[in-house]
Design a protein. Structure first.
Length: 487
């Protein structure tokens, strides 16, 4: 008893010697910018988080715009909204539009999560006491490149509706919408600022990038990736927001500083670029666009009928490479009013396994972006040469019969055919058709009746976003008082 009493008194004495602050510990599940900045491992962890965010948006974006661009459908027998919400939508004032509370509201929360994480990343870098000035510049340029990419995905899907481009310290402090022109300027400005920082970033990042960035894992080579994204953004801006000749000239400059190899002749050279990687490891992610697991994913049947022929009479090599024929015939759900979409027996076969890498941007796209830019700036012969580089070496097709005497419209048609098969299900056909005012050329499938299909021009702002903003005065309004949440 005596021993237990002495022990208790000693414990109380030790506790009495402690200060209140000694009993306060940092919550490891609520990391602050200050605590992260003091942790030498935090920069790597935050960079890995941004790369994870970047990958998280990779499969959803091409799948969503692929349906709108009549590239692919998700034919789930028990969930008809995977087709009806994209192809039929709802009637608003006598017009077909996408339902803001439905399935076709993707590519919103993911990119904004990325932008929030990039905001926190930049704050951590700015307050870091260990990194050199060059390392800070490299890290900031890395984050700004990812920010620019996220913003580009957002405006490419919302177009005339506009987006929010500003992330504020408090998540409840709602920044306003900006119009399409301002959004593209924000994308380009962010990428340009990132490029400037990467140029000042020394020889190495203060963190490691995953294997999908092989060849682009230093500030200088990552800068080439940045310029490739800048070229894509510049082409979008030139054809949508009145960027015109100046935007096309800037696009050509960006391509000149990217990893463009216009002399590519092999599949390996055309495929050089940045990739997302996947694995089946616990806690990791797999590729969601592979027939190995996504058995409800089908390709639009017109890719078979529209594929051009090689000299030996067989189809475009890209068609043979990227599509699987003879799947069980499937269509969207039948309703009392009849079919809701076209049937298909064709599947996308780009990714053979659940761990196949997926391209973010490849040299093949850069060559075709240069063809667009050359055509728009009066170099028709150069544009034809670029499309033929891809046509012959990727498609195995004879060189185009286009000449300098061909109309601009015919050359553009040639470029868009090459983009359609070269960049299948990489997120381009719907955007390209819209920015060249060619949405009406996409197939409707069901052209009349109660289940008539339509081609949506934009994705709506999700209803949940609008409900939150309705509680904040003016938060729904964009420039000129436009209600960006109106369906």
């Amino acid at each position: 008893m005596h021993k237990r009493t002495v022990g208790a008194l000693l414990a109380l004495a030790a506790l009495g010697a402690c200060k209140t602050s000694d009993l306060s510990i940092t919550n490891p599940n609520a990391v602050t910018v200050a605590s992260a900045a003091a942790d030498p491992l935090a920069v790597q962890l935050l960079a890995t988080g941004l790369l994870s965010d970047l990958r998280g948006n990779t499969t959803g974006y091409p799948q969503t715009v692929g349906i709108l661009g009549r590239e692919s459908y998700t034919y789930t027998p028990t969930e008809g909204r995977n087709t009806t919400h994209y192809l039929i939508g709802i009637a608003v004032a006598g017009q077909q539009k996408l339902d803001p509370s439905g399935f076709a509201t993707g590519v919103w929360g993911g990119p904004y999560n990325t932008l929030r994480d990039a905001y926190n990343f930049n704050g951590t870098i700015a307050s870091n006491k260990v990194l050199t000035a060059a390392q800070k510049a490299a890290a900031t340029g890395f984050a700004q490149t990812i920010q620019g990419y996220a913003l580009l995905q957002l405006i490419a899907t919302r177009d005339t509706v506009g987006i929010v481009t500003e992330i504020r310290e408090a998540a409840t402090d709602l920044a306003p919408f900006v119009n399409r022109d301002s959004a593209y300027k924000a994308v380009i400005g962010t990428l340009d600022a990132g490029y400037a920082n990467l140029l000042a970033g020394g020889t190495a990042f203060p963190f490691t990038l995953h294997a999908g960035f092989a060849g682009f894992n230093t500030p200088a080579t990552f800068g080439q990736f940045n310029r490739a994204l800048r070229a894509r953004a510049g082409a979008y801006y030139a054809t949508t927001s009145g960027g015109g000749a100046a935007a096309w000239a800037a696009t050509l400059t960006a391509l000149g500083n990217s990893f463009l190899n216009a002399g590519a002749t092999t599949r390996a050279q055309l495929d050089v670029g940045v990739y997302q990687i996947f694995s089946t490891s616990t806690g990791d992610a797999t590729n969601g666009l592979t027939l190995a697991t996504s058995t409800t994913l089908y390709a639009h049947q017109t890719f078979s009928t529209d594929a051009q022929l090689k000299a030996d009479g067989t189809k475009d090599a890209r068609y043979v490479l990227k599509f699987k024929e003879g799947l069980p015939s499937r269509t969207g759900p039948l309703t009392a009013d009849g079919a809701t979409s076209a049937a298909s027996t064709l599947g996308p076969n780009l990714y053979l396994t659940s761990t196949s890498p997926m391209g973010v941007i490849r040299n093949e796209e850069l060559i075709l972006l240069r063809a667009e830019a050359r055509l728009a700036t009066g170099d028709k012969a150069g544009a034809i040469a670029d499309l033929n580089t891809v046509r012959v070496n990727s498609g195995g097709l004879p060189a185009s019969t286009l000449t300098a005497a061909s109309s601009n419209a015919d050359v553009l048609t040639g470029i868009l055919y090459e983009k359609r098969y070269s960049l299948y299900l990489e997120g381009h056909r719907w955007v390209d058709a819209r920015r060249y005012n060619l949405l009406a050329t996409l197939p409707l499938d069901i052209a009349s009746g109660p289940n008539k299909n339509f081609v949506a021009k934009v994705l709506p702002i999700p209803q949940a976003e609008c409900l939150v903003r309705a509680k904040s005065t003016g938060a729904l309004l964009g420039p000129g008082g436009q209600n960006n949440c109106a369906p």
